[in-house]
Write a protein that binds this ligand. Structure first.
Ligand code: ADP
Length: 162
């Protein structure tokens, strides 16, 4: 079975992430979304909340029926090995993403060259979208409809007491 892993902090998952995951699910027989347990950034949402948002998005979209979610706290390559994945799927937004992603892909290739990093170009409508931008808008009560799922909108209302 052709399996890909799709890693990120998903704090929280956005429509941009979901677009990348859906496109990965079309290309691979299975996609395992890997949620970093510990992120360098101080996450707004707990690990359980970040996973819960992804699980409910998967349930609501029939195109994600071959997608699973799991947290990890190890090298990405080891997470990929655990799932017998042959690829890592990442989204690329702007040139600013490129340098970091290029470095990560080189490192991962050095660790195991049988696991290929595949980049999906961000859809134009989500090319500007990031979890941090959504958090910033939500914090000040701006409209985030369409940028995240309804569950994530609810989550923001709870944390920011909107
Ligand atoms: P962020 O960069 O929003 O904090 P993550 O660290 O969770 O999110 O990113 C995980 C992956 O998702 C990265 O490869 C990132 O480039 C990709 N990604 C994030 N937002 C988008 C988007 N709007 N369109 C395409 N890819 C995206």
């Amino acid at each position: 079975m052709k399996v890909a892993v799709c890693p990120g902090s998903f704090d929280p998952i956005t429509s941009g992430h979901l677009d990348v995951i859906e496109r990965g699910a079309y290309l691979f027989e299975k996609v395992v979304v890997g949620v970093f347990e510990k992120t360098e950034k101080n996450p707004l949402f707990s690990l359980d909340e970040r996973i819960g948002f992804i699980e409910s998005a998967i349930k609501e979209n029939s195109k994600l029926s071959n997608v699973e979610v799991e947290s990890f706290n190890s090298l990405l390559i080891d997470f990929a090995h655990r799932h017998k994945a042959c690829a890592i799927i990442k989204g690329l937004r702007a040139v600013s993403d490129f340098e970091h992603e290029f470095q990560m892909a080189q490192f991962n290739r050095k660790l195991d060259k049988s696991i290929e990093t595949i980049f999906v170009m961000a859809s134009p409508k989500y090319a500007y979208l990031s979890s941090s931008a959504v958090k910033e808008i939500a914090k000040f009560g701006g409209c985030i409809e369409g940028l995240v799922t309804k569950e994530v909108e609810k989550g923001f209302r709870k944390v920011f007491k909107l």
